[in-house]
Design a protein around this ligand. Structure first.
Ligand SMILES: [Zn+2]
Length: 597
């Protein structure tokens, strides 16, 4: 039950929410100031939730007057996990959070352990642990509230915080900060005045405040992961934390990562290879993608511009192969996504990533991309009569390594050191592709291939075929400019590609056509006709596979419709507040539907 806390926005496990405090709505991620907490006459009432297994893991916060967080608190619990859903509280405090700074593993276990057992629509406070260095990571893991205890205490001890960690003011020649304290002082003046005026503590707190603001901006922009990758660089401890999270907490983050966003993902570090978006894309290409039946496989390199099709290099490739394109199936080799079939190039994240391009790939990157290519070829190579690779440099090395391992013959069209867009290479590509039978790819085939593959990727293999295959008496039409295609049948729109999010969206008619593929994307709602959004309490059940920004259908006694998920399916079920589904189209169900359902 969450009367005083509501999550409004999500970026992975991080959230922006509102917490009612002293009758005031405070936005989370929130920084509590130690001073303000002390000034509360009543103080904080904290009740320990004790359990052998959890060993004092939680305190339940009770602020009885004004700052009402918990209207009802039960005093004793023997089984924490069983008891938590009945607690009806809005905020949990992680006991002894500061002890978690002892080891990266303890840090991960402590915070993840807490976040996993408390309901998604409650706030988690990790007290006396935050600094400007680690705050972004704490929020990234799902902490909602922090405080400035650490900043103040360390300030009193003369420890000066920077965004990248603590420094000794005696070792500084200049103050690396423009806060109100630092901008008016030299480092010598700070040293002299600090003992009386506690200026370092003030600076530390201001710096932490600024960091919280930065994190909020990143959550709003959906770029917290990139920021965390940058932040953890400051220390081996926090880099280790992020690596442990990526290795051991994949399921936790997978459940919280949106299927699409409306902006690019920066893959600038080795940790980017471990991102959920990257792993999810690779696994869906393995499990939810069926290549079209064409005799020639052409492997191409990626381009900086996305979707690849509109890049100068890919326009040149297209010119070279245009007359034979009906016989060619194209896949694009890229880091960090691995293999991107041409038909999936406008999907998120295929059209939404940026990498530093140097021509050099390091070992881990090569291994990952090679594993994606290997998986693709193992499954599909036998369906092609011929494999052509128009690749150079690291791409070519990687491809030949995989081809050798699998014992496949590959025709290479770039000579050593030759650029893929050079005239000689393009001419060779044309020659090797050329066959006695010219076969162009019709505009309809190209568009239909994209829509089909995208529907399979989003809803499961077979959905695309059902969506697009013409039935008797039907006239299928695909209109619109690349890549904003619109699919209609006898004048009724079934689906659209939304390039801004890299997704296919369905209309009600489209959803009905592939309804049996949508069981994993169904939200069962109560006995009402939704207007606007569907809120979590209106959700009776939702499939656990649903992720933020997934296309979903909702079904209730009175309504059927389509929309976009605003929280994961499991979260819709477990939450009492917040928008679950943004409704796009809704239809009132006839009462007869009641008796048949
Ligand atoms: Zn400062």
């Amino acid at each position: 039950m969450t009367k005083f806390y509501e999550v409004r926005r999500r970026d992975g496990a991080a959230r922006i929410g509102f917490l009612s405090l002293n009758g005031e709505k405070k936005q989370t991620p929130l920084l509590f100031h130690v001073e303000s907490l002390r000034s509360d006459k009543e103080g904080l009432k904290v009740i320990h939730v004790e359990d052998d297994n959890f060993n004092d893991l939680f305190q339940v916060l009770d602020v009885p007057r004004g700052a009402v967080l918990l209207p009802e608190v039960h005093p004793l619990f023997t089984r924490v996990q069983e008891a938590i859903p009945q607690l009806k509280v809005d905020c949990f405090v992680l006991s002894f959070a500061s002890a978690l700074l002892y080891s990266p593993r303890a840090f991960v276990r402590g915070i993840m352990g807490a976040r996993k057992v408390i309901p998604p629509d409650t706030a988690l406070w990790a007290p006396a642990i935050a600094t400007a260095e680690n705050a972004a990571l704490l929020f990234y893991m799902g902490v909602d509230l922090i405080d400035d205890t650490n900043a103040v205490i360390q300030g009193y001890q003369g420890i000066y915080h920077t965004e990248e960690g603590a420094v000794d003011p005696n070792e500084m020649e200049e103050l690396p900060c423009t806060c109100i304290v630092c901008s008016s002082l030299t480092v010598e003046e700070l040293r002299v005045k600090d003992s009386k005026e506690k200026l370092i503590a003030k600076h530390n707190t201001l710096l932490l405040e600024k960091e919280v603001k930065k994190v909020k901006a990143h959550i709003r922009a959906g770029s917290l992961r990139e920021y965390v990758e940058l932040k953890v660089r400051s220390s081996p401890f926090f880099t280790a934390v992020l690596r442990l999270l990526d290795l051991e907490e994949e399921a936790y983050f997978e459940k919280r990562t949106p299927v699409a966003r409306n902006h690019s993902m920066m893959a600038n570090t080795m940790e980017s290879l471990k991102r959920i978006e990257v792993k999810r894309f690779a696994s869906r290409v393995r499990e939810r993608y069926e290549p079209p039946a064409r005799p020639v496989l052409l492997i191409l390199p990626c381009s900086a511009r996305k979707p690849y099709s509109i890049s100068p290099s890919h326009l040149k490739f297209r010119d070279a192969i245009e007359r034979y394109r009906g016989r060619i199936h194209e896949i694009i080799l890229t880091s960090p996504l691995g293999v991107v079939p041409r038909e999936l190039e406008v999907l998120y994240p295929a059209a939404f990533y940026d990498i530093p391009v140097t021509g050099y790939w390091d070992a881990e990157e090569r291994d990952w991309v090679a594993s994606c290519l290997r998986a693709y070829l193992e499954r599909n190579a036998r369906n092609y009569g011929k494999i052509v690779a128009h690749l150079s440099g690291a791409y070519k090395e990687l491809c030949s390594r995989v081809a050798e391992e699998l014992g496949l013959d590959v025709v290479y069209t770039c000579a050593e050191g030759e650029d893929v867009t050079s005239k000689a290479a393009l001419k060779r590509l044309k020659e090797r592709i050329a066959d006695d039978t010219e076969q162009r790819l019709s505009g309809f085939e190209k568009k239909a291939g994209m829509l089909r593959a995208m529907a399979d990727y989003q809803f499961g293999i077979g959905a695309g075929s059902d969506l697009i295959t013409r039935k008797e008496g039907e006239k299928i039409k695909i209109s619109g400019k690349f890549p904003a295609y619109k699919l209609s049948v006898n004048g009724d729109v079934l689906a659209r590609i939304v390039p801004e999010y890299g997704l296919l969206t369905l209309t009600r008619t489209g959803a009905l056509r592939i309804k049996h593929f949508l069981s994993s994307y169904t939200v069962h709602i109560g006995d009402f006709l939704p207007k606007g959004s569907i809120l979590a309490p209106g959700v009776v059940n939702a499939d656990e596979h649903i992720r933020v920004n997934d296309e979903v259908i909702f079904v209730g006694e009175k309504a059927f419709g389509v929309g976009r998920a605003k929280m994961s399916g499991w979260e819709m079920v477990e939450s009492q507040k917040g928008v679950a589904v943004d409704v796009r189209e809704v239809e009132e169900r006839a009462t007869s539907a009641k008796s048949t359902s």
